[in-house]
Design a protein around this ligand. Structure first.
Ligand SMILES: [Zn+2]
Length: 147
């Protein structure tokens, strides 16, 4: 890690703290004294998602978050729970080179079943008529009544 000011390659860590799944380090250049920040994060290897028509797309966390959010609407969960649920979905998929869109939906179902029975039933009853989380989201969104 080179100093942004003088490009010297040695620095010392003056502070470090963990936030979620990353570590933030304050460093000080051993040569010029410039302080800078670096982040260390676990690399998550998430699969490609194969749709029914054979097209592939990268795993999309937004779609999964959105699907979980809709299923958990008006349930006693906070945004942190939704985020944690998405991470659990990802843990189930991590390391596989590719999965079907249905496998992503099944992973969401498995996680919802553990965290909220109502959200699980809601997601299951609607989702199982569709081929993917994406389609579930596309279909549910226009039906949402104004809040
Ligand atoms: Zn420097």
């Amino acid at each position: 890690m080179r100093c942004p000011t003088c490009a010297h390659s040695e620095s010392r860590v003056v502070d470090s703290r963990t936030t979620g799944d990353s570590i933030r380090r304050r460093r000080q250049c051993a040569q010029c004294g410039t302080r800078f920040t670096t982040f260390e994060r676990i690399e998550r290897k998430l699969p490609w998602v194969v749709k029914r028509d054979g097209r592939r797309e990268p795993y999309n966390r937004e779609k999964v978050l959105h699907g979980i959010t809709l299923a958990c609407r008006k349930r006693p969960l906070n945004p942190g729970d939704i985020e944690a649920a998405a991470k659990r979905v990802e843990s189930r998929l991590e390391g596989m080179p590719e999965v079907t869109a249905q496998a992503v939906g099944d992973a969401v179902l498995a996680v919802l079943r553990e965290i909220d029975p109502v959200a699980y039933v809601r997601f299951a009853s609607v989702y199982q008529q569709f081929e993917s989380v994406e389609q579930f989201v596309d279909t549910i969104v226009p039906l949402r009544e104004p809040t």
